[in-house]
Every structure is written in C-alpha cells, then in structure tokens.
Design a protein around this ligand. Structure first.
Ligand code: IYR
Length: 222
C-alpha cells in the first residue's frame, strides 16, 4: 500500500450569496468580451505578465496531480520566424486539400487561410506541450492519466488569465504540429497541442460576426 500525502487544512473563501451572484455575473461579462484575435500588433508585452499567466495555468487540476504540461514561451524573433515558416508549410498543404472539403467548409466562415503573419508579429507565442508520460530519476516511464483533459483545462486557465490581464489570444493549431518539438527542443515524451498567440490586437483588427449559443442550447438541468 502506498502512503497518502499528509493533509493540510483547506483554505476556502466563502462569499455572501449576493456577492457570489455579482462575482459570477461580472466574470461572465468579462469572459463574454473575449474574442479570438487573428490580427496582432507588434507592441511588446512584459515577460513577467506572461509568467504570471502561465503560473495561473499551472494551478489547473490534473489527473493524479501529475501536471502533465510544459509551456514554452517564445519571444525570440528568430524562433518565431522558424515557427512561421514551418507552420505555413503545413497550412499550405492543409488548405490545398489535405484538410478535406468538409473541414474547409466548416472553417470557411472564419476566413482563415495558410498565411500566418501573426506568428511573427505577435510579441509572444506559447507552445503548449502535453507530457504523455513521465520518467523516474533512473529513466523508467511513469504512466500519466487524463493527459488531454488536464492539458485542455490548463489551456483554458491560460486563456482566461491572459484575457483577464488585458491581452488578446489566438488558439492556433497548425496541423500537424510535430515541428514544434524540434523548434522548442522538447523530447518525444511531449506532444504539442496548441500554439497560443499572445499580444495586443492590431489597431484595425476585425473579428468574424459570430454569436455564442444560448444557455438553453448548451445546458440541461435535471
Ligand atoms: N489550422 C488551420 C485551420 C483551422 C482549424 C480550425 I478547427 C479552426 O478553428 C481554425 C483554423 C489554421 O489555423 O488556419
């Protein structure tokens, strides 16, 4: 039998019921204003802000608390340009037919294409890697549990933190994105899942005129 970790008293902040409703509503207003941005300014963003937002992502729950993620934050112009070249090569093939007509049809209302200038313009790219397995100090593999779920939740925390801090994001998924292991020097045990583009929107940035589903369309109460 393995030993359970020692416990400590939970620090839980309770609010008055009206305070709870107000906090939830204010958070809804804040998050409703988040939009995925595809036109970025080159205005710099301090590294400390990115560090704080990654720390927020690191507070996400994860399977067996294995925290199976690595966030590679890139501001180097040289590395961003390597990433743009590799991503555009994949995206060219994707849009030229590899995606298949159904996928291209599903994307058509977003107006996306193979060109990804934001990969160089935006001040930060955060490549998010899922640690598919871990290793003991002697190099034996450690199985990780619920990796996609855990990394997905941490990614949501990251987007929320960046938005709350006043930054714009694009959840970019160059397809396939195996090239990120090489560029970011990550081992085979890690799989790139998302390339988060972070910065300020361009002054003339536009977004698709889309709406979000209503509560009735996404929730069922039993
Ligand atoms: N990776 C491509 C295609 C793309 C796929 C989905 I799903 C999107 O929501 C948006 C784009 C690209 O980045 O253009």
């Amino acid at each position: 039998m393995s030993e359970a970790a020692p416990t400590m008293r939970l620090h839980f902040t309770e609010f008055e019921p009206e305070g709870m409703a107000q906090r939830a509503t204010e958070f809804l207003t804040c998050m409703s204003q988040r939009r995925t941005v595809r036109h970025f300014s080159d205005r710099p963003v301090p590294r400390e802000l990115i560090e704080t937002c990654i720390r927020v992502a690191g507070t996400a729950p994860s399977g067996a608390n294995q925290q199976p993620w690595t966030f590679v934050a890139i501001s180097s112009a040289k590395i961003k340009s390597q990433i743009r070249a590799a991503a555009e090569a994949e995206e060219k093939a994707f849009y030229a037919g590899r995606a298949g007509q159904d996928w291209l049809d599903a994307l058509s209302h977003l107006g996306t294409d193979w060109e990804k200038p934001f990969l160089e313009t935006a001040p930060w790219l955060i490549a998010i890697f899922a640690k598919r397995w871990g290793a003991t100090p002697t190099g034996d593999k450690i199985k990780h549990y619920y990796v996609p779920e855990s990394v997905g939740i941490a990614t949501g925390f990251l987007i929320t933190a960046l938005h709350t801090a006043g930054l714009a994001t694009l959840t970019h998924t160059p397809s396939p994105m195996g090239f990120l292991n090489k560029v970011c020097q990550r081992p085979d045990s890690e799989k790139a899942t998302i390339l988060m583009v972070v910065g300020y929107p361009a002054h003339d940035a536009c977004v698709p005129d889309i709406s979000r589903k209503q509560l009735e369309d996404i929730a069922i109460f039993l």
